[in-house]
Ligand binder design. Structure first.
Ligand SMILES: NC(=O)c1ccc[n+]([C@@H]2O[C@H](COP(=O)([O-])OP(=O)(O)OC[C@H]3O[C@@H](n4cnc5c(N)ncnc54)[C@H](O)[C@@H]3O)[C@@H](O)[C@H]2O)c1
Length: 572
């Protein structure tokens, strides 16, 4: 058979499968996308692909057929005459062309998905399905055939086993995995249709900054798919996981399994947990353990935990070897909506909280909603304060949503939680995108500190001993910020009342009296003066002209703050 050389492999032609039978409806999210079948030789990509295309009323393309047609000779001939690199090059171009065409069911050749560029194109325009088979099934299916160049003349079982070792970790990056055994092709096709119908891609939200951008991925089951989600954004399948003891017990195994599926090598560093863990000593210890593992510039650091772990691991990643790729995997509501997004990392010093750190953006944030199921109710409520804060700063409609749904969020309603995380992250992403390093003289990223000047003072007063959580302090601070705004003539009393009653309705202390502790106005103001948000020595507050209309103010008279605190029951 003639086998013209040159660029002929790029000339993909199309075969249309018109044997329409039934058209099961697929989720809207799939419309306009091709479906790509991957797997080893013998997995059934062509036979399942044809059936799937017929059932869905889509055209079917077999990438290998397209290549042979374009080349005018068989794949074994291309291998024999020009070698594998030449074949892979043509295969890449043919597949790109197919994926750029109208939606189709496309059976990939066994090695096609191994190409990073092809995987990237497939992620853009298709849903990939891995037909996963056991070695026994594959050996049985291919033993009758001898036209596979990679099997030519060898021991089928040994060759397939070797290929499985190399390819399965990459196939596992597919969007959907369907296990296939000795069932009939019709049954496997039905399994594929069901898997497609059940598939919901996680919600992705892009944080766009001047020098980088990254996705916040939100959804259930993300730890189990961590390897597939992270592989495209990390330079190396090697990672140091930093987590705390509690989270390690609850969620580490799932993350390790999700990473191992795509061949990640991991080492875990477990820290104690709690605010005291955010110390220079622990940070230095974490860095030591990473260096002991001989991390390279391409080794990733994954923070699995709440804001404490995220801040600590983020700063360790920022400093080690002058910056390792970093990923946030937040497991508290507070970390999912606030600390994991925006790139602030830090540890505490004897001079105060978060005083040693760096702006260091993650490559990705994986907010797995399933992790919230184990979070104590108190931590859930504390995280919720940061969600309500987002609405109060700049999205009145979102605060309306919070008033209607906040109790469901703190009550554990998974859908409400996912929506709250999505909206709060979108808000934070927009603010951070506009002022990444909090450099704007007014408003900008500093707006995210609504309620925080009061909140930080309260945290300092409690000594970060767990008696008052960060989010709880912010909850009280939100009401105080609005009351101060009323006092200074910026805002209606009714707005402050709404804030206080919403915080209380969600089960948090909404004012100082509810904290059952006596405070001194002078001491609290002293803490405020030491806050790192102090500019040129003046007290800086985020105030509001109403719900969703926050602004920064650097000239709040200390007397007004003192009077408010006195009226709220503080000692003089
Ligand atoms: N970097 C930022 O932009 C930013 C923003 C806000 C807050 N922060 C920081 O975040 C920290 C507070 O974060 P946090 O509230 O997440 O506290 P945290 O990290 O201490 O977590 C709270 C507790 O919950 C446990 N936990 C975590 N996930 C769990 C889960 N899924 N199930 C059960 N238990 C779980 C932890 O072990 C811990 O005991 C503070 O240090 C604060 O300064 C940083």
């Amino acid at each position: 058979m003639a086998c013209p050389a040159g660029d002929v492999l790029a000339l993909a032609t199309m075969t249309r499968n018109t044997a329409l039978q039934e058209h099961p409806s697929l989720p809207d999210l799939l419309s306009g996308r091709s479906i790509v079948l991957v797997g080893l030789m013998g997995a059934g990509k062509t036979s399942i692909g044809r059936r799937l295309a017929a059932r869905l009323g889509m055209p079917f393309r077999d990438a290998d057929d397209e290549i042979e047609r374009a080349a005018g000779c068989t794949i074994p001939e291309i291998f024999a005459r020009f070698g594998e690199p030449y074949f892979r090059d043509g295969e890449r171009r043919v597949i790109r062309r197919l994926l750029q065409g109208p939606p189709a069911v496309i059976a990939f050749g066994g090695g096609a998905f191994m190409d990073a560029e092809t995987r990237a194109v497939a992620r853009q325009s298709a849903v990939s399905i891995w037909l996963r088979c056991s070695l026994r099934t594959l050996v049985r299916r291919v033993s009758a055939r001898d036209n596979r160049p990679l099997l030519a003349g060898g021991d089928h079982e040994a060759t397939l086993s070797r290929l499985m070792g190399i390819r399965y970790p990459i196939y596992a990056e597919a969007d959907v995995i369907v296990d296939c055994g000795d069932e009939s092709p019709e049954t496997t096709t039905s399994d594929v249709v069901s898997a497609l119908q059940a598939w919901t891609p996680p919600n992705r939200l892009t944080v766009t900054l001047s020098t980088t951008q990254y996705d916040v991925v939100i959804g259930p089951g993300l730890l189990d798919r961590a390897g597939a989600l992270l592989a495209p954004v990390l330079p190396q399948k090697r990672a140091i996981i930093v987590t705390d003891k509690t989270v390690a017990r609850l969620h580490l195994d799932r993350l390790l399994a999700g990473l191992a599926q795509t061949g990640f090598a991991t080492h875990t560093v477990v820290v104690e947990g709690g605010e005291a863990t955010k110390s220079v000593e622990t940070w230095s210890n974490v860095v030591d353990q990473m260096l002991e593992q001989r991390v390279e510039r391409r080794t990733a650091v994954l923070a699995l935990g709440g804001g404490v772990v995220g801040d600590l691991a983020g700063f360790a990643a920022a400093a080690t070897l002058r910056g390792l790729p970093f990923v946030q995997i937040p497991t508290t509501l507070l970390a999912q909506v606030d600390s994991s997004v925006g790139g602030k990392t830090a540890v505490n010093t004897k001079w105060g909280k978060n005083l040693l750190g760096a702006f260091y953006q993650p490559r990705m944030v994986l907010a797995d909603m399933d992790t919230l199921a184990t979070l104590p109710a108190r931590e859930l409520r504390a995280g919720y304060a940061e969600i309500a804060k987002a609405g109060l700063i700049g999205d009145a409609a979102f605060f309306d949503w919070c008033e209607a749904n906040g109790r469901a969020v703190v009550g554990g309603d998974r859908d409400a939680q996912a929506e709250a995380v999505r909206r709060a992250c979108a808000f934070k992403a927009a603010v951070v995108g506009d002022d990444e390093r909090e450099e704007k003289p007014n408003d900008g990223r500093a707006l995210l500190n609504l309620g925080h000047t009061f909140g930080h003072a309260l945290e300092a007063e409690y000594g970060y001993d767990g008696g008052l959580l960060h989010g709880e302090a912010v909850g009280v601070g939100l009401g105080l910020a609005f009351k101060l705004s009323v006092r200074l003539g910026h805002c209606e009393q009714a707005d402050a009342d709404r804030v206080v009653s919403h915080v209380a309705a969600c089960g948090m202390a909404a004012d100082l009296r509810m904290l059952n502790r006596r405070f001194s106005a002078g001491t609290l103001i002293g803490h405020m003066r030491r806050d790192k948000k102090v500019r040129d020595g003046a007290l800086t507050f985020v105030l509001a002209r109403g719900i969703g209309q926050a602004f920064t103010s650097a000239d709040v008279p200390v007397e007004a703050v003192a009077e408010l605190l006195r009226d709220e029951g503080c000692e003089v």
